[in-house]
Write a protein that binds this ligand. Structure first.
Ligand code: AHM
Ligand code: MG
Length: 322
């Protein structure tokens, strides 16, 4: 049994980054506990307020955000934080070298129905003289992430992360309150017969995406020559975890419901960290037109179109967009 702390000591050369990941788990264990208690802890339902993006927040979105924020503020390594649920970045410790971006509870439409949700995080190094309260400090391409990961709150609670040296998964052992190693150096199978997309948006997609998904649906009689299966959990963490476990392709593409937004998902809190994990595991992550992690961000809350997963299947999707 290899505990997270010992794994980090052995495999992560940067003690600051190890400390951030290990420290974040204090908040994540608390979130896991509250999710587990559900209505018994009075944490289900709406917070009856909106976030900066005009989305209705759940009580647990707010609670999770507060827990992670308090946790990060207490870490000397952390210069600042940016959250999907906060309008502006928050300065933490002046002498800290790192910036932590997070989606405190992704897939929050699943909370009240007791389906998997997750916390996603991304760590960047702050430039010399950067201000932790200033948006500009965080506007770095995904390629510059020094760590990324998620905690999945499902039948068991899992931590999956990368510090640029492979992708590793840990299971929370509730008997001892510690994350223990489950799988190291995870690899995404290059091929798949499983896709994930919200089909209800089909008529709003670009014609290229419509053509690709139409061919997926044609199965062995279509040009892709295979019978595909479909999954949609409406929780990106669960979706990406499935792909890291058995392969697949996950797509939340551009659609014309809100034509001015490049996608639904957020680049800094969802697109970049998940792209780092998928690429570290040998998969691919694209907007359908460019690599997600090469995008130079212009705003912390900016949106992105997402096509990621098994390398050969992502290539199939990209051929339709070429
Ligand atoms: P959230 O951060 O507000 O929870 O939204 C992100 C989630 C993803 O986890 C998931 O892939 C997607 O939204 C589901 O969207 P939809 O309900 O449109 O299918
Ligand atoms: Mg989210």
């Amino acid at each position: 049994m290899l505990r997270l702390r010992h794994f980090l000591d052995e495999h992560c050369e940067n003690a600051d980054i190890s400390g951030i990941i290990d420290g974040l788990m204090v908040a994540c264990k608390d979130i896991a506990y509250r999710l587990h208690m559900g209505s018994l802890a009075g944490v289900l339902g709406s917070a009856e307020q909106e976030n900066v993006q005009g989305e209705c927040q759940k009580k647990l979105d707010v609670i999770s955000n507060d827990l992670i924020k308090a946790c990060l503020k207490g870490m000397p390594q952390v210069k600042g934080l940016a959250s999907e649920e906060e309008p502006d970045p928050v300065a933490c410790n002046e002498s800290g070298r790192y910036l932590v971006l997070f989606d405190p509870l992704d897939g929050s439409s699943n909370i009240d129905v007791n389906v998997t949700v997750g916390t996603i995080f991304s760590v960047l190094e702050a430039a010399e003289g950067a201000d932790g309260a200033h948006e500009q400090s965080y506007l770095q391409a995904g390629q510059r992430q020094v760590a990324a990961g998620y905690v999945l709150y499902g039948p068991s609670t899992l931590l999956v992360f990368s510090t640029g040296n492979g992708v590793h998964a840990f299971t929370l052992d509730p008997r001892i309150g510690e994350f223990v190693l489950q799988r190291r150096d995870i690899q995404v199978p290059a091929t798949t017969k499983e896709f994930a997309i919200n089909m209800s948006n089909q008529r709003f997609w670009l014609p290229e995406m419509q053509a690709y998904v139409a061919d997926l649906l044609k199965g062995e009689e279509g040009p892709l020559g295979k019978r595909y299966n479909m999954r949609w959990i409406a929780s990106m963490v669960a979706e990406i975890h499935r792909i890291l476990t058995r392969g697949g392709i996950f797509m939340y593409p551009y659609d014309s419901r809100e034509p001015n937004k490049p996608g639904k998902l957020r680049l800094m809190y969802e697109g970049n960290p998940m792209s780092m994990l998928i690429e570290q595991a040998g998969g691919k992550a694209s907007t359908a037109f460019e690599n997600i992690m090469e995008i130079e961000p212009t705003a912390i809350h900016q949106r992105v179109s997402v096509v990621m997963g098994s390398a050969e299947e992502v290539d199939n999707a990209l051929r339709y967009h070429a």
